[in-house]
Design a binder for this molecule. Structure first.
Ligand SMILES: Nc1ncnc2c1ncn2[C@@H]1O[C@H](COP(=O)(O)OP(=O)(O)OP(=O)(O)O)[C@@H](O)[C@H]1O
Ligand SMILES: [Mg+2]
Length: 512
C-alpha cells in the first residue's frame, strides 16, 4: 500500500469514527426522547375512554327517547292538576331524572310543567324550549349545554314532552374534547413516524456529506503530505541512475523542507566530487600524453642538435659564396630546434611535477630571479627591496612566475612595460603581473588553465596549467583576468610563512 493510501485511510478513520459514533449516540437519544414524548398506550387508553363515554351517552339517549315517547303517548290521558305520586314514582322506575312539558306559543316553545321523581327537589331545572325545534328536525335528542340530555316527543294535543337526565353543564364539551384529543393523538402518531423518517434522512444526508468532505480533505491533505516524499524518492532514483544534476524544490513541513535542502546539498557535493574526479582522470591522461611526447621529442631532438652542431663546425668547408646562406639556414634550424626543445621541456615539466622542497623564501627575490630568465623583456618590478616571506620550493615558484612573465611579455607590445608587483594582502603574499596586451581570448576565457589550451602557434598550452598546479602545491592559487583599462592581470598568491606579519614589506634593487 502506498504512503498516500495509508495517509488517506488514517485520516478518514480519525475523522469518521468519532463522527459516526457521535451521530449514532445522538440519533439514539433523539429516538428515546420521541418515544418518551409519544406513547401508543396513551392513544389506546384515550380510545377506550371515548368508546365507553359514547356507549354510555348512546344508552342515555336511547332511554331518554324511549321515555319521551312513552310519556307523550300517556300524557293526554292523565288528569289535569297536581300529578299524583304514582306518576312521579313511575318516573323513578323508568330511571329518568325529569319530564318537562312545553306548549308552543308563537314561534317559541314555553315550558308549562316539570315533573321530577319522588323525593327529588329541583329548584328550577334547565329551560330547554329553544332546543326543541332543532331536535324535532333531527334525531329528537336534546344535548344541552345547560346541563340536560333529553328525548323529545309530541303529544296528541301538540305539546312537546322532554324526558331525560341532568348532566354536568360541560358534559358534552368534555366528551368532545376527548374525541379531539384522540384525533390529535392519531395525527401525532403519523407526525412522529414522518419526523422519525425525516430525522433519519437528515442524519444520513449529514453523514454522507461528512464522509464526502472527509474524503476530499483527507485526499488533499495526503497529497500535500506525500508529494515532497514522492518527489524526493523520484529524485533519489534519478541520482542512483547517475544523474547528479537532480535537485528537488524543498516544500511541505519544516522537516521535509530541510530534508529537501540536505538532499540538494548532498547531490551538489556529489556532483562537484565527480567533476573533480573526472578532472583528475583527464589530467592523469594528459600527463601521460605529455610524458610520451617529451620522450619522443628528446629522442629526435638530441641527435638533431648534435648533427647541427657538427654541421656548424664544418660550415668553414662550404664555398665562400654559399657560406652566408648556409650559416643563415643553420641558424634558423638551430632556432627551430630550440623552440622544439622548449616545447619538450614544458611537456616534461608538466608530466613530472617534482615534490616541492619547502624552505623560507623572500618572494620578491624569487620574482627577481624569474625575471632574470626573461632577457630583454620590458619589465617594471615594484616595490624593490625585501619582499614577504613565504614557505615554498624556489625552483617551482620561479618556474611558475617565469611562465606568467613569459605570457605577459608575449601578449604585451614591446614599447609597453609589464608591471610586476609583490605585495601582502591579509594572510597571503601576492605577485601581480600586469600587461597592456589584448586581454584574454573570449572563447577560451574559462579554459585557459586547462592543459593544451593555447592560442599561440608554437604554444604548448601547458604554461598556465603548470602555474595552477604549483600554486595548489603551495596552498595558494593563480588567477588571470582582464584589466578594466586594457590588458591582463595575472595573480599568483600563496600563504605567508609562519611568523610573517600580515603587512606589505618592500625592498630595493629589483630590476629586469
Ligand atoms: N597575459 C596574457 N594576456 C592574454 N592572453 C594570455 C595571457 N596569458 C595567457 N594567455 C592566454 O592563455 C593561453 C594559455 O597560456 P599558457 O601559458 O597555458 O600556454 P601558452 O602560453 O599558449 O603556451 P606555452 O606556455 O607553452 O608557451 C595563451 O595561449 C593565451 O591565449
Ligand atoms: Mg605560456
Amino acid at each position: 500500500m502506498t504512503l498516500r493510501a495509508r495517509l488517506i485511510l488514517a485520516l478518514l478513520v480519525v475523522a469518521l469514527v468519532p463522527t459516526l459514533v457521535f451521530t449514532a449516540f445522538t440519533l439514539d437519544q433523539l429516538n428515546r426522547a420521541i418515544d418518551r414524548w409519544y406513547r401508543p398506550g396513551v392513544e389506546r387508553a384515550l380510545g377506550s375512554a371515548l368508546e365507553v363515554t359514547k356507549a354510555a351517552v348512546t344508552r342515555l339517549e336511547a332511554t331518554a327517547a324511549m321515555g319521551a315517547n312513552d310519556w307523550a303517548r300517556t300524557w293526554d290521558s292523565l288528569p289535569a292538576g297536581p300529578r299524583p305520586d304514582q306518576v312521579r314514582a313511575s318516573l323513578r322506575a323508568a330511571g329518568l331524572d325529569f319530564i318537562q312539558i312545553y306548549r308552543r306559543s308563537g314561534e317559541r316553545w314555553m315550558r308549562v310543567e316539570q315533573i321530577v321523581p319522588q323525593g327529588v327537589i329541583v329548584a328550577q331545572g334547565a329551560e330547554l324550549g329553544d332546543e326543541i325545534a332543532g331536535a324535532l328536525e333531527s334525531d329528537r335528542i336534546i344535548r344541552s349545554a345547560r346541563g340536560a340530555l333529553g328525548g323529545v316527543a309530541l303529544t296528541g294535543r301538540g305539546e312537546a314532552v322532554v324526558a331525560g337526565f341532568w348532566v354536568p353543564p360541560d358534559f358534552f364539551s368534555q366528551t368532545e374534547s376527548v374525541g379531539r384529543g384522540m384525533t390529535y393523538y392519531r395525527q401525532l402518531a403519523v407526525t412522529v413516524d414522518v419526523q422519525r423518517r425525516v430525522l433519519g434522512l437528515v442524519v444520513a444526508g449529514v453523514c454522507l456529506g461528512l464522509v464526502a468532505l472527509a474524503v476530499v480533505l483527507a485526499t488533499g491533505l495526503a497529497r500535500e503530505m506525500s508529494r515532497p516524499i514522492s518527489e524526493l524518492s523520484g529524485a533519489i532514483e534519478r541520482v542512483a541512475a547517475g544523474d547528479l544534476s537532480t535537485r528537488v524544490t524543498p516544500r511541505g513541513a519544516f522537516e521535509l523542507r530541510s530534508l529537501g535542502a540536505s538532499f540538494n546539498a548532498m547531490t551538489g557535493r556529489l556532483e562537484s566530487a565527480r567533476e573533480a574526479l573526472q578532472q583528475a582522470e583527464r589530467e592523469a591522461a594528459w600527463r601521460d600524453v605529455a610524458r610520451k611526447l617529451a620522450h619522443e621529442f628528446k629522442n629526435i631532438l638530441t641527435p638533431m642538435q648534435l648533427s647541427l652542431q657538427l654541421l656548424e663546425c664544418q660550415v668553414e668547408a662550404v664555398p665562400e659564396a654559399e657560406r652566408a646562406e648556409a650559416e643563415k639556414s643553420l641558424e634558423a634550424l638551430m632556432r627551430e630546434v630550440e623552440g622544439l626543445k622548449h616545447l619538450s621541456e614544458q611537456f616534461s615539466q608538466y608530466a613530472r611535477l617534482p615534490e616541492p622542497r619547502f624552505e623560507r623564501l623572500d618572494l620578491a627575490e624569487v620574482v627577481r630571479a624569474a625575471a632574470g630568465f626573461v632577457p630583454g623583456a620590458n619589465l617594471r618590478l615594484s616595490p624593490s627591496g625585501e619582499g614577504p616571506l613565504v614557505r615554498g620550493d624556489r625552483l617551482l615558484l620561479s618556474r611558475a612566475i617565469h611562465n606568467l612573465l613569459l605570457n605577459a611579455c608575449e601578449a604585451s607590445p614591446p614599447d609597453r612595460p609589464v608591471e610586476v608587483c609583490t605585495s601582502v594582502a591579509g594572510r597571503e603574499a601576492r605577485v601581480e603581473i600586469l600587461d597592456r596586451g589584448p586581454g584574454l581570448p573570449e572563447a577560451l576565457r574559462q579554459r585557459l588553465f586547462e592543459p593544451y589550451v593555447s592560442t599561440k602557434k608554437r604554444g604548448s598550452g601547458l604554461g598556465l596549467s603548470l602555474v595552477r598546479d604549483i600554486a595548489r602545491q603551495h596552498g595558494g592559487q593563480a588567477t588571470l583576468e582582464d584589466r578594466p583599462d586594457g590588458g591582463a592581470r595575472a595573480r599568483f598568491s600563496l600563504p605567508l610563512a609562519a611568523g610573517e606579519r600580515a603587512t606589505l614589506t618592500s625592498g630595493s634593487g629589483a630590476g629586469a
